[in-house]
Design a protein around this ligand. Structure first.
Ligand SMILES: *Cc1c(COP(=O)(O)O)cnc(C)c1O
Length: 378
């Protein structure tokens, strides 16, 4: 089955009980048993048919054994970290999502889980960080906001050699373009709030395990800790996923048009960060592991003041955090998502004061190009 077909016919594509083509929202917390212990569903934290349909769908489209839906991307990440114990050490990409950094350094540190943040684009740096108590490598690729690319296959080989669990946050690429399990990952994570939902209307997280065995472990955590996604949001997410393919294709072509414009506006635009550009350091690796480059682009303008002006002067780009929606979004990471990082550290990471990030949406490409061009020229 090809990807676009799988997005629609994967998982449980119609209701096995009624034949309903749109799988119903089973708004039920408990289920009648035919006799003691004789049931398909028992209690909705453990399993709900609407959530299960979504979980089967994400497992199918990521090419994994089991899928799990949570109340947010952070709840999915939290559940996965619960697979580890006090004294375990994890290696994470140094510019992981801010919330992942926060939960590891402000919450899980209090439970004795140690972490190192490493530039995972540097394979020797990853190897050098492995200790006897290291249990996993957790990468994000491409990253936010500089779109750094980690070689999934190469890190997977390192993880296998040292018997480590390999976890990939695949939010930016989406399962339409990139399937980390096929490249050796054990667990794939998503903030489904972004591209999978795709319409800025739901907060959700998904996790997929490569094996049934790991799936059993994660289901035990999901059921024990309880951060599940409700049936309504599960339904909204399935509805979003059906159009993921055409959305990602259109976003790809809109992004291409915007990149061409940014390259032309040399007076206003400095560096452009996009894995689709041949001079991007991760271009070749990304091309080898993903089918598309996505709709996230960062670029620099002269300074903070100019960045503030650009985001004020656009009409079709909404000034907001988050990404991956039908609406194009714009932000200034050093003033918004990355404001809590000290300026000196930000500059070390390459996050300049005039860095602007866009998440390209589904508006008409010409409108988007003209809108951003005129804001840059003002
Ligand atoms: C947004 C995001 C998260 C967190 O997801 P929420 O749904 O906001 O909890 C995790 N990883 C990445 C890469 C994200 O962009």
């Amino acid at each position: 089955m090809k990807k676009k077909t799988q997005l629609i016919h994967g998982g449980i594509s119609s209701d096995p009980y009624t034949g309903a083509v749109s799988l119903p929202i089973y708004q039920s917390s408990t289920f009648k048993q035919d006799g003691v212990g004789n049931f398909t569903y028992e209690y909705a934290r453990t399993g709900n048919p609407t959530r299960e349909a979504l979980e089967k769908l994400i497992a199918d489209i990521e090419g994994g054994a089991r899928g799990f839906a949570f109340g947010s991307g952070m709840a999915a990440i939290t559940a996965v970290v619960h697979l580890f114990s006090s004294g375990d050490h994890l290696i994470l990409t140094d510019d992981v999502y801010g919330g992942s950094f926060r939960v590891m350094t402000k919450v899980f540190n209090r439970f004795g889980i140690e972490v190192s943040f490493i530039d995972t684009t540097d394979l020797d740096a990853v190897k050098a960080e492995i200790r006897p108590e290291t249990k996993a490598i957790f990468v994000e690729t491409p990253t936010n906001p500089l779109l750094k690319v980690t070689d999934i296959k190469a890190v997977s080989a390192i993880a296998k050699e040292h018997h480590l669990l390999f976890i990939v946050d695949n939010t930016f690429s989406t399962p339409y373009w990139q399937n980390p399990i096929a490249l050796g990952a054990d667990i794939v994570l998503h903030s489904a709030t972004k591209y999978l939902g795709g319409h800025s209307d739901v907060v959700a997280g998904l996790a997929v395990t490569a094996t049934e065995e790991l799936g059993e472990d994660l289901h035990f955590i999901q059921n024990s800790t309880g951060g599940i996604l409700g049936p309504q949001d599960s339904w909204i997410l399935m509805r979003g996923i059906k159009t993921l393919g055409i959305r990602m294709e259109e976003i790809e072509s809109n992004t291409k048009a915007i990149i061409e414009m940014l390259q032309e506006e040399e007076d206003a635009v400095g560096k452009i960060f996009y894995p689709g550009l041949a001079d991007h350091p991760g271009h070749e690796v990304h091309q080898s592991q993903a089918g598309g480059f996505g709709g996230m682009v960062s670029f620099t303008v002269e300074n903070e003041e100019k960045a503030r002006e650009v985001v004020k002067n656009v009409r079709y780009f909404t000034l907001a955090e988050s990404l991956g929606a039908v609406e194009s979004l714009i932000s200034v990471p050093p003033l918004m998502t990355h404001a809590s990082i000290p300026r000196e550290r930000r500059l070390e990471l390459g996050i300049e004061d005039g860095l602007v990030r866009i998440s390209v949406g589904l508006e008409d490409a010409e409108d988007l190009v003209e809108d951003l061009r005129s804001a840059l020229r003002k």
